[in-house]
Design a protein around this ligand. Structure first.
Ligand code: GLN
Length: 189
């Protein structure tokens, strides 16, 4: 693996993403400051409380550095992380926070990913955002739960409304690592 993957560590479930990346044998670190973006080949925005993380992104002057980073390198937003990517206009989707409503605050369901059709993964939804519309043909649908789109790719960026870091299998993390490796600008550290 070349370079390191940052996991935004302002709030939320960054620890479990670091563990998942470790299972994939990908070098990774918790990212606390915008200047640390320079040393990353990709960045994961974890689940958590999107309003709190957004506030911290503003307070720590992350917003513009993140947008610049995203022009060159892949981001992977999970749950609240997907909400943040949409708020940053990095994804052409409309997202409704807590879109699965009170009855279905949390649930788990098997899913198949478009790039790995022979495999079923277990997807855990926790007060998950719902993708209510896909606003560009550039958005590729990677998974649906019944009718709902729950995982997408747009260019080099990946996002899902569930929590792949909370299950033991690592298909989506491995896919993200492959997106990070594909970038020609990557240099071995
Ligand atoms: N409901 C949370 C929010 O809107 C996201 C939940 C999660 O990341 N598990 O920020």
């Amino acid at each position: 693996m070349v370079g390191r993957i940052g996991v935004l560590a302002l709030q939320g479930g960054y620890g479990k993403h670091l563990e998942a990346l470790e299972r994939c044998k990908a070098p990774a670190f918790p990212l606390y400051h915008p200047h640390e973006l320079d040393s990353c080949v990709g960045l994961i925005l974890p689940g958590g409380e999107s309003t709190t993380i957004w506030q911290q992104l503003e307070d720590f002057d992350f917003l513009n550095p993140l947008k610049t980073f995203a022009e060159q390198k892949p981001l992977f937003g999970t749950c609240a992380g997907m909400i943040l990517m949409s708020r940053l206009h990095l994804l052409s989707i409309t997202v409704e926070r807590n879109g699965y409503g009170r009855q279905k605050v949390s649930f788990s369901t098997p899913l198949t990913l478009e790039f790995s059709p022979s495999k079923t993964i277990e997807a855990l939804f926790i007060r998950a955002p719902k993708i209510t519309s896909i606003d560009s043909p550039d958005v590729k649908i990677l998974a649906r739960n019944e009718e709902e789109v729950v995982c997408i790719q747009q260019g080099i960026h990946l996002a899902c409304s569930f929590h792949p870091e909370l299950t033991t299998e690592t298909t989506l993390h491995e896919y993200f690592i492959s997106l990070c490796k594909e970038k020609p600008s990557l240099q071995p550290l």
